[in-house]
Each structure stands twice: as C-alpha cells, then as structure tokens.
Design a protein around this ligand. Structure first.
Ligand code: ACM
Ligand code: ZN
Length: 558
C-alpha cells in the first residue's frame, strides 16, 4: 500500500512538473511554413523540446535524418535530443512510424502536448516531416550560437502533406564561375529546407571543365583554368594570348564529387550531372583539340562567346569513344537515373565544312547538319541506356527527332516541353521566364548587373509547370520544374545566394503545394518572416520584392 501511495505521489509530481513546463497556444499566423503544407489543423497548447526529449527511430536512414535534426539543437540549444532505436512508447518522444500508404515523399506529422508522431512510407517522407517540424520550431533553431532565452516549443498541430510534382529542381552553373565543394554543400543545406529534391550541376562549358576524369587528366589540368579577365565585361574579354598563363578556375576531384553526392543524398536531393555536348565544349577542346572538326588549337574562354561554333566532330568515331569514357566515369560517380547531356545552342558551321562530318551525313543517309545533331544525341542515348540510365537534354534535342527514351528540359519557353510531352516523353519545365534566376528580380537600377530579363518573385510564384495546351494524359509527362542559375554574371557564392533566395522559396511552393493552399499574398507575408531563418543560417537573399511590396516592380528599362 505504501509503495502504491509513493507511486501515485511520483506520478503526481511528474505530472505537475510536466504541466509546469512552459507552453502556449499558437495563432494561425504564427505558423510559417514554406512550402505551404497540403492540410493542417492547429490545436491549442504546445509540445516542448528539452534535454530529455527522445527521437525514436527504427532504420539507418531514419537515424541519419534524426541525427542531423538533433544536431541543430546541439548548436542552438546547447543540448541534443537523444536519438534512440526501438524503445517503448512514452511521453516526450518524437516517434518515426513507417506507414506504407504515404507514397514516395508524403508524410504526416502529429504534435500533441505529450509527443510527436511522424509517419511516412519512405525515408524521403520522414526527411520532409522533419523539415516541417524544423520550421514549426522557433527560427532560432537555425542559429549556430547558443540561444539562452528560447523556449523550444512547437504548436499542437496535425499535418498531412505530399508534393504536387516529383521534380523540384535547381541548376547551378559551376563552369562560368567555379564554386568550391564547401559552397555547393552549403547550398544543398539551403535547398533542402525548401524541400527541393534535385540539384543539377552544369559541370562544363566554354569557360571551364569542372570534374576530374581520370582517363583524361588534361580536361582539368588544362580545361579547368582560364586567364583572369574578371575586371572586364563578360562579353568583351579578350582570349588568352600565347604568353599568358591560365590561373583562374578550379574543379571537383572525384572524391569531392562523391562527398557532394552523398551529402545531397542524406538530404534527399538527387544530383544530376550535366556533361554538355556537342557544343559549349571549348574547355574540353582546349585540352583535347583532336575531338573538334578543325583540330584547333583552342584556349579556355575567359568570357562570352556567340555563336558557339567550336564543337565536337560528329564524323570522328574517336569523339564518341572519348565521350563514352567520360560518361562512364560520370555514371560511376552519380547514381542519378538521369544523365544530362546538354545539347543546346550548337551552331553547326564546322560540321558543314568538315570532310568527316560530311561523310557521316552521307553514310547515315541524313538530310543535313540538323539531323547530324540528332544522330549524335541518339548514339549517346544508346550508350547511356546501356548503363541503365536515362538521357536528359535541353529542348534542342527535339530537332531532327528525339532519341526514343529521352527526357526533355524545356528552356526556350514551354513549346519544346509541350511537343515532347505530346510525343510521350517526360519533361522538366524550366522556361527562361520565369525559371532563369540569372535574370533580374527587381528594378534594374537597384540590382547588381545581371544577364537581362526580369523574373520577379510573384512571377516565379505564379508559375504552373503544366501548360494548358496539354490534355490530362500528356500532362502526366510533366515531371516538374527547375530554377536555373547561370553564372556568367555571378562571380561568387554570396551573389549566387542573392539570385537564388527568396525566389527558390517561390518555386518550391509552386512545385510542392496544391493550388488550393497557394496564395501569393499569403506567401509574401510568410516569406518575410521566413527570412529570419535565412539571416540565422547566413543566407544572403534579395530584398528586391520587399521594396516593391511583393508585386512586380518597375519594368526593366532597356
Ligand atoms: C540554355 O540556357 N542554353 C540551356
Ligand atoms: Zn567534323
């Protein structure tokens, strides 16, 4: 009897202690989630994270997600919730519960005063549940300094959520300007909180080759370096002279690439490599001129070039063997289902002059140089398919006939994507308007120099990747969309962040959230609070839209 009374007393005291923990009821307007969730019901009171909160997981994938989340507390709270495996249900726990019905990326999140339940079918779903939970916590969770005064409360709430589109992408051009591994890894962190799931790396162009290929060391010893003309406008930079050394650039070693890919995978971001061909390859030809029509010589370009005429020779079989070797190493490094082969903006004047290319046109029964590009891409597709991967290319790959299994990235507007989808091919939409983040986002007079164009926050937010020209069947081929940051006018990572944020939040919501919960005025209100997280994470972002009250500012003067 005595023991029973003691037991009841302990229970009462712990209940009392528990209920004495600070708690409060949140209002709707305090729930700042980006992208907005599909469904939520806000209750009263809150759950408090404390030193004794446990995160209960079952699998290795869940463990990584939980450890990364717990690590945030380590910095900002000075303690970490303990990640534990398979312990019995109790109070003050965050529990991961596998629930088969929730799809590839869906999840539910239930917060009560006693604990939190996260449900998902797949690790990606748990990762997104955690990103939502992170956003329900005070913004101070993002701080790398200890926050003495913060109460780590999350509202009692019930959320169910899943994305509208499965391709939610961001492309970073690391050729026109090179961003070291650490900066790419940091960008992955910043993208992940927005539930972006694809990072497309534009790994080479006329101005630099950025990935180590063991069989062709000159691609990086020569191709990764150019003369430094950063003090001159992009389109008026003289080429390298005979007595100059190329010292400006950089590249990722294969071990850097493995690190980037693995870091991204832990954040449910697939890294898609882009190996441009047949054009935008001056950096490759500077290293191996024998794969051009003319034989060179070439130097890596320090600035803009137009039109792009120095391209791979399509009549030379050794060009294809070289590309297959390069792609083999790339495919070994990137588990991505999709391998991007570029395909854009090839001016084929050299092919018209080259005896080998002319011979190829004849022997293959092709009509012209346009069909020779299609031959080129189809031959590469066969190789990529033989490795179990899917070829992805810019919409020029439609010209002369699409390779049979290719996926198209539509950038010259949406027409290429519409045509491809109608032909039964998958499509990623990334039309220059509004998906090119190298374009201005505010009044030109007030913005850093950009390439041109005008893609303000509200226009990005309003983007619908499914054109109205498509019927329901063809619309299924639209995998999603992607923001592209070309970096001719973006010389460093802070500038890259400025061009990316907050517009990435707008496209993330356009791609994740269903129409019924999307509302630009509400997003505009939320993003202004959300930038507190950007500040604490050290993200440089543009305030252009805020100056203009969230609406499209003055048109850019020509
Ligand atoms: C591109 O912007 N040339 C794909
Ligand atoms: Zn040729």
């Amino acid at each position: 009897m005595k023991e029973k009374i003691a037991g009841i007393a302990i229970l009462l005291v712990s209940c009392l202690l528990w209920s004495c923990q600070p708690s409060r009821t949140f209002s709707d307007r305090e729930i700042i989630l980006i992208p907005q969730v599909q469904k939520m019901t806000l209750g009263s009171s809150s759950f408090r994270f404390g030193e004794n909160t446990e995160i209960v997981i079952r699998t290795a994938d869940q463990q990584t997600i939980a450890e990364n989340f717990s690590g945030l507390f380590g910095k900002s709270a000075g303690w970490k919730p303990k990640v534990v495996k398979d312990v019995a249900e109790g109070s003050n726990q965050v529990r991961f519960i596998t629930t088969e019905s929730l799809g590839e990326e869906g999840y539910s999140l239930d917060v009560t005063t006693r604990g939190i339940e996260l449900k998902a079918a797949k690790p990606a779903g748990f990762f997104y549940a955690i990103q939502t939970l992170r956003q329900l916590l005070p913004a101070e969770i993002e701080s790398s300094q200890k926050q003495e005064k913060t109460e780590w409360l999350v509202p009692v709430i019930s959320i169910s959520d899943s994305p509208s589109f499965k391709w939610r992408g961001y492309m970073l051009d690391v050729s026109r300007h090179f961003f070291p591994k650490e900066e790419v890894i940091q960008m992955i962190d910043f993208l992940a909180i927005h539930k972006i799931n694809t990072l497309h790396l534009h790994l080479l162009d006329d101005q630099g080759w950025r990935i180590e290929i063991k069989k062709y060391p000159r691609l990086t010893s020569v191709g990764a370096w150019r003369v430094n003309r950063e003090d001159k406008p992009w389109n008026s930079r003289p080429k390298q002279t005979a007595d100059e050394k190329a010292t400006y650039g950089g590249f990722y070693s294969q071990s850097d690439i493995k690190e980037i890919v693995s870091y991204a995978a832990d954040r449910y971001i697939n890294v898609v490599p882009e190996i441009e061909m047949p054009a935008h390859v001056t950096a490759a030809l500077a290293a191996y001129p024998q794969y051009s029509c003319s034989g060179g010589p070439f130097t890596v370009l320090p600035g803009g070039v137009w039109p792009v005429t120095d391209i791979y020779c399509a009549g030379n079989d050794s060009t294809f063997l070289f590309l297959q070797d390069v792609l083999s190493e790339v495919i070994d490094l990137f588990p991505s289902k999709y391998i991007h082969i570029g395909g854009d903006e090839a001016t084929k004047t050299e092919w018209g002059k080259c005896p080998k290319c002319k011979m190829r046109i004849k022997t293959e029964g092709l009509k012209n140089a346009g069909e020779l590009q299609s031959y080129f891409i189809k031959r590469i597709e066969k190789f990529i398919n033989s490795k179990g991967r899917v070829l992805l290319g810019w919409d020029e790959i439609l010209e002369g006939g699409l390779p049979p299994k290719a996926t198209v990235m539509s950038w010259r507007g949406t027409q290429g994507g519409i045509d491809a989808a109608k032909q039964g091919h998958d499509v990623v939409m990334t039309p220059g308007q509004p998906c090119y983040f190298d374009h201005y986002q505010g009044a030109k007079e007030e913005e850093p120099l950009a390439i041109g164009g005008f893609n303000p926050l509200d226009k990005v937010y309003d983007f619908n990747p499914v054109p109205k020209e498509l019927d329901a069947e063809s619309a299924k081929h639209i995998l999603g969309a992607q923001a592209n940051l070309w970096t001719e006018y973006v010389p460093n990572i802070k500038h890259a962040q400025y061009m990316t944020f907050p517009r990435i939040a707008a496209i993330a919501e356009a791609l994740w959230s269903p129409k019924e919960v999307r509302n630009y005025d509400d997003f505009y209100r939320r993003i202004q609070s959300f930038t507190k997280r950007y500040d604490l994470m050290g993200i440089k972002y543009a305030k252009s839209a805020f100056k203009a009250g969230g609406k499209t500012p003055e048109p850019v003067k020509k």
